[in-house]
Design a protein around this ligand. Sequence first.
Ligand SMILES: C=C(OP(=O)(O)O)C(=O)O
Length: 289
Amino acid sequence: MADVKIGNSMVGDGHRVYVIAEIGINHNGSLEVAKKLIEGAAQAGCDAVKFQKRTPELCVPMDQRTIERDTPWGRMTYMDYRYKVEFGFDDYSEIDAYCREQGIAWFASCWDEEAVDFMEQFNPPCYKAASASLTDLALLKKTKATGRPLIISTGMSTIEEVDAAVNELGRDNLLIAHTNSTYPCPVEELNLRMIHTLQQRYPENPIGYSGHEVGLATTWAAVALGATFVERHVTLDRAMWGSDQAASVEISGMSRLVSNIRDIEKSLGDGVKRVYDGEAAARKKLRRV
Ligand SMILES: C=C(OP(=O)(O)O)C(=O)O
């Protein structure tokens, strides 16, 4: 399997699992909340935080735009809500500076082509294409053409759609995440063995896991199954307003997630049978023949 370099980190078999705290839109349009999430993710030991960048007038479907909904800022159309939770250039400049201060990488999934041009201004270490964008081949190609590593997510997709995206993009500098796009995802539908299916189908690409389940055990299982990177949504409080919050992990959970991932990756070893020095005494004392 080829390795892919994201910033200063190598991602792939035999390397530390790259842990991404997906802030997404859990900041609810507040830079203050975003900064608390960045700080929490850095302290938890995550390698990167991730945002979602949209140009609402390009990526909100026409039939959704005028639908009204109740929000913490009052009743508004879906389009107005999308603008409300969208950070602009000054916000991202502050996020960029803050991430440097906290010593954590940051990048975004770009939901439309303009968003890619926007993000290029910040020299991100990589990009992500959300599961929703997997069949948007023009967007995938535009993102890949930046020359930066690209993570594609495979929720809500058929295997033929995944093949089509990978064939269009080529195997180079491409990472693939197993995902189920139900929020929160029932454990019976996580289908973590898909990690093996993806490893066998795309042997040149680092395979990872983007999870939306409640709890941490199944993400640890994904690491035990060989996920080379892991992404979980992060929140200050799972009870906060917003569609992704309930399927997110609070900061204390992120700390447990990362520290146990570090133990799991060490515990996997190399699969070569050996007698460890620490076993010598037991071997001497307990072996009859
Ligand atoms: C929705 C996203 O990702 P995923 O499909 O992995 O949940 C995203 O990265 O914006």
